[in-house]
Design a binder for this molecule. Sequence first.
Ligand code: NAP
Length: 256
Amino acid sequence: MSRMVGRILVLGGTGDALTIARRLQASDVYSLAGLGKVPDGLACRVRVGGFGGSEGLARFLETERIALVVDATHPYAAQMSANAASASKLAGVNCWALRRPPWEPRGGDDWRWVANWDAIRAELAPFARPFFTLGREPLSHLADIPAHQYWTIRCLDAHPGTDRARVIGARGPFTLDGERALFEQNRFDVVVSKNSGGAATEAKLDVARERGLPVVMLRRPSLPAVARIFETTDALLAELDALREPIDDRMIRPGS
Ligand code: NAP
């Protein structure tokens, strides 16, 4: 039976990743890109910032004697996921990934699938009050807002906005009642979203359905194959516990 003895590196930046990080031990490492809040109160070490591509990550895995990489990054953090898979191969380390199932359209949904920013802009042309919920990318296009549009952008960044755009700096989860009130107050006529999956930010899709609004949905990037893929944090944590059980057993019953 193959059992793991060694350190775990969790690549994070999501609520699910933080749930996993809270179960790590002192010798393990939780890694963040450095764009958001750095959590405190974790038993494990927290490191912040890039590794320097897949070669840099492979070196880190070797020097830190990492035994398992857990890619718990956001499903749209495709570069980091690709680096995790290739660095793990280079270093001869197992790589697991947490991949939340995508949201699926339901009856009454009007989703318009797009692949990139240009396609988003083209889909939005007939609308006046888009609600952007796909991170900071719209902030770099504030100077190009079409004359007939007023944008609302919700992302993690605090930003003063402009006379043509309001930026709401907020972190989920978002409630159904809160989203209903936001849509009502702002008279959105279209929603722009990543297909993040999970419950924390799903309520906007329910409200779009209730109000008969289209959703411009950015397709998920393709992600690399890895040794094991988990759809839920519970499933992943159960496997981590199973890997560690024999170590604890040995500590309790020496010589067994
Ligand atoms: P990305 O495009 O896949 O990664 C860009 C670079 O950022 C990576 O090559 C790596 O730099 C560094 N990086 C990313 N995640 C890292 C991590 N956990 N630890 C250390 N370095 C990391 O990533 P992104 O889309 O910008 O996302 C950045 C972070 O925000 C990720 O942790 C992700 O989980 C989180 N996040 C992303 C989204 C999203 O929609 N993309 C949403 C919510 C949260 P090096 O090549 O130098 O190692």
